[in-house]
Design a protein around this ligand. Structure first.
Ligand code: 2M8
Ligand code: MG
Ligand code: MG
Length: 255
């Protein structure tokens, strides 16, 4: 099976990015012959580091479905809109509408450390973006609709992550999942995530897992997958809880 997993708030603790509660189960999953594929809004620089640290065997998907990297890090497929275009468009929308937001490109590394609790090195890796611009929304909810509309007119969209809104092209974690399932011809897909930007991926999988977040409720699904788990535990402990059930039930063999 292919196991697609979000990082922040899922395989990593939402607040301190700790992975330890998931490690034993992660090893068990890989030992059983399944590929674990990181599917995250993080950059290639950040994700490559986690791929190495966690000794993963699968491909990885970065910046919300923008690019698929092979296990050796090489670029395998790309659906992203170049960041320069995103930043130009944002500048244009800001001038036209006066909407208020602060993007990573407007922020210093120190500010990103402050917002996220990442180490300065990891915040630097998070800044090395190619296909998305995370931002803090400084305007009201009604203005958010105006913003979505303006982005749509430029062929772009807004996805909500754990802490930020992400401006990007019309790709997501689900489009990358479908692409990888088709080219690997895997029989079963599992998708685990905690945030709103994981909903489409969870809906697109055979087995979906909503990992509990200390920061918000489970996001609403419109078309739940055939099997759905919602964890009792938060973050990486929830990851281990769900994957243990899935292995024990034999769902990866029988689907
Ligand atoms: C951002 O992504 C998370 C994902 O849920 C968010 O929106 O809160 C990205 O900038 C990512 O690159 C960064 O590592 C992360 C840190 O919390 O924040
Ligand atoms: Mg997350
Ligand atoms: Mg994420």
């Amino acid at each position: 099976a292919l196991i697609f997993s979000d990082l922040d708030g899922t395989l990593l603790d939402h607040d301190n990015y700790d992975t330890r509660p998931a490690l034993a189960t992660l090893e068990q999953v890989q030992q059983a012959g399944h590929a674990v594929i990181l599917n995250t809004s993080k950059t290639a620089r950040e994700t490559a580091r986690w791929h190495r640290t966690l000794h993963l065997n699968g491909a990885y998907v970065v910046e919300n479905g923008a690019a698929i990297h092979a296990p050796d890090g090489s670029l395998q497929a790309c659906q992203g809109v170049a960041r320069e275009i995103l930043l130009d468009t944002l500048q244009h929308i800001r001038q036209q509408t006066g909407l208020r937001f602060c993007g990573f490109s407007d922020a210093t590394t120190a500010q990103i450390v402050d917002w996220t609790g990442l180490s300065p090195d990891n915040a630097e890796r998070a800044r090395q973006r190619r296909w998305s611009e995370p931002l803090k929304w400084l305007d009201d909810e009604a203005a958010l609709q105006v913003f979505r509309q303006a982005l749509g007119e430029h062929g772009l969209q807004l996805l909500r992550g754990g802490r930020f809104f992400h401006v990007q092209g019309r790709h997501d974690k689900a489009s990358a999942l479908r692409q990888l399932m088709a080219c690997e011809q895997a029989p079963v897909s599992v998708a685990l995530g905690d945030g709103e930007n994981d909903v489409a991926m969870i809906e697109a999988a055979d087995i979906g897992v909503q990992v509990r977040s200390p920061a918000y409720d489970f996001p609403t699904l419109t078309t739940p997958p055939r099997r759905l788990l919602q964890t009792k535990n938060y973050g990486p402990a929830g990851w281990a809880e769900a994957m243990t059930i899935i292995l024990q039930q034999g769902w990866l063999r029988h689907e």
